[in-house]
Design a protein around this ligand. Structure first.
Ligand code: SF4
Length: 445
């Protein structure tokens, strides 16, 4: 997929901070970043996906080594982009022409600090103070109020969410077909081409919310993908991946984990992109309810009304997302048996039932732990937890699920990643897959 597909639109429809500026999107999930950029472009923004992982040396140079690995990677991405842009534009390079998109999350994690740290680093270079960073936050469900016109924000959010659902579907299709493809490499080529055509569809139809047109295209893609399967290849062990979202999604950072697993005989299902986005709305709703009850107890009328508004905002947002996601999966599952995505309320229910962790503690451990339980119930043959080295929620996940899975004799692998290549990594994955094959043979015997 081309990365520098900058398409200029008339500057109408841009919020105050985007007027005549280029919005720089970091590439966490390759397909997702390009569909999001296409959605922004359809709303009139000049959006561009930055190359990723080419600036790792810069990322390492301008971090101390104590930061989370995704912070290093994204730091490198923005610095590399600036270097390249300076070289190609020369004297006409103006940092004030760019806005860097780096969302954040409040909570016990360090994700909320990435943009602040990156601001400090950018400010240390002459002139880069002019390069703005916009950081939508999970505290208001990633509101985009200050970058798009208010009248367009709701439509944009709907289309952007739809682009994430489509990203998940396209990836699930890839993982479903690639292990059984007739000719090596054909699925990758096909999915790349399909992602490109969906990118055009989002750019063309996104702003008008002509989702039906995009669904038609997706349907054609699914039908064609099915024809690539070699029916003589026997079923393979099914491996579920959980963990920290950036590492799960970013192939360079996880050193192509899914491909390595497939190379050793797996069929893989990675947790979805929408899982985190739905969780943000769910958690917002949960917190607003708690806030309401506290205000009610203390008879604070004004704050109580604020909580009611938050409950409505987060509740409607979550309902819409669940409705849209369910609708798309229903249509696609008529054509191919890809796994459905779970509702976050279902994950909380699972956690409570097994008393393994609490949503009150928040973070991605709330998603990873019950997802693992669901993998076990769903007949998977192994679980991989991938995360940045020292990532707190993922290590909590690991500590909690290991004894649980050991009792069930379910193969489990932790994959902590940093920018180094671990010498025994492939041997570890091969051993894990050997265990998964044993689990699989017991299942079918
Ligand atoms: S989830 Fe892990 S990697 Fe991400 S900010 Fe938190 S500790 Fe760092």
């Amino acid at each position: 997929m081309a990365t520098n597909n900058l398409i200029s639109f008339p500057p109408q429809g841009n919020g105050p901070r985007l007027k005549n500026k280029t919005l720089l999107i970091p590439e966490m999930n390759r397909i997702g970043a390009h569909l999001l950029a296409a959605t922004f472009r359809s709303f009139g923004a000049r959006a561009r996906v930055m190359d990723t992982y080419k600036g790792m040396d810069l990322g390492k140079e301008y971090t101390s080594g104590k930061e989370c690995y995704p912070c290093q990677v994204t730091m490198g991405d923005i610095l590399y982009f600036i270097e390249e842009e300076k070289q190609s534009l020369g004297d006409s390079f103006n940092p004030g022409d760019y806005v860097y998109f780096m969302p954040e999350a409040e909570g016990p994690c360090r994700f909320g600090m990435y943009n602040k740290y990156q601001r400090i680093v950018l400010d240390s270079f002459p002139g880069l103070q002019e390069l703005q960073i916009i950081s939508p936050s999970n505290s208001d469900a990633y509101s985009l109020g200050d970058i798009l016109e208010e009248s367009e924000e709701q439509d944009f959010r709907k289309t952007a969410y739809f682009s994430m659902v489509v990203t998940d579907i396209l990836e699930r299709l890839l993982w479903k077909i690639r292990p059984y493809e007739r000719d090596p490499g054909m699925t990758d080529t096909f999915i790349q081409r399909s992602a490109k055509s969906l990118e055009h569809a989002f750019q063309l139809y996104g702003r008008r919310k002509l989702f039906g047109k995009i669904m038609d295209k997706l349907g054609e893609i699914v039908k064609e993908a099915k024809s690539m399967v070699d029916p003589t290849i026997p079923s393979k062990p099914l491996i579920g991946i959980v963990g920290e979202i950036y590492l799960r999604m970013h192939e360079h950072s996880n050193q192509n984990l899914i491909r390595v697993l497939e190379k050793h005989g797996a069929e893989v299902v990675n947790a979805s992109l929408c899982e985190w986005v739905n969780y943000v709305s769910y958690d917002g709703l949960r917190e607003a309810r708690k806030e309401f009850l506290l205000n009610l107890k203390k008879l604070r009328v004004g704050p109580m009304m604020d909580s009611v508004k938050k409950i409505l905002d987060f509740g409607v947002d979550l309902l819409y997302k669940e409705f849209r996601q369910k609708k798309v999966y229903k249509e696609v599952r008529k054509l191919i048996d890809i796994p459905e995505d779970h509702k976050i309320s279902h994950l909380e229910h699972t956690l409570k039932k097994d008393d393994l962790f609490s949503f009150d503690l928040s973070t991605e451990a709330c998603l990873s732990i019950p997802s693992i339980v669901e993998f076990v119930k769903g007949g998977y043959n192994g679980v991989v937890n991938v995360y940045p080295f020292t990532c707190m929620p993922s290590m909590a996940t690991s500590a909690i699920v290991k004894p649980f899975l050991r009792n069930l004799k379910m193969p489990y692998l932790d994959v902590p990643c940093d920018a180094t290549i671990q010498p025994g990594r492939e041997a570890t994955i091969r051993t894990f897959m050997y265990q998964a094959y044993q689990h699989f043979s017991l299942d079918i015997s």
